[in-house]
Design a binder for this molecule. Structure first.
Ligand code: FES
Length: 95
């Protein structure tokens, strides 16, 4: 069992997870609703999150995600919540 904690300007909440999951999917069981305009297909970039803790617990960045991150000029600690899969504790901030 591990936790995916999501924070935004209104507060924070965390999901308890048993199996590897994307940050976006985990967030859907919290009160923090991450934006996901393209439905989680790595096309829009609206699910961008900044990883505060646990970056080492995330799946590697794939080609589709890299393309969007490059377009967004994302920083090294930013990922797409729909493409970043967590396998242990992670904490992230929306945006
Ligand atoms: S929901 Fe569109 S890129 Fe993640």
């Amino acid at each position: 069992m591990f936790k995916v904690k999501v924070i935004n300007s209104k507060g924070s909440d965390e999901a308890s997870c048993e199996n590897e999951t994307s940050i976006l999917l985990a967030s859907r069981s919290t009160k923090i609703e991450l934006t996901h305009r393209c439905g989680g297909h790595a096309r829009c970039g609206s699910c961008l999150v900044t990883i505060r803790k646990g970056q080492e617990h995330l799946s590697p960045i794939g080609a589709s995600e890299k393309k969007i991150l490059t377009t967004l000029k994302a920083k090294d600690d930013q990922r797409l919540a729909c493409q970043a899969w967590a396998k242990s504790d992670v904490e992230c901030f929306q945006g």
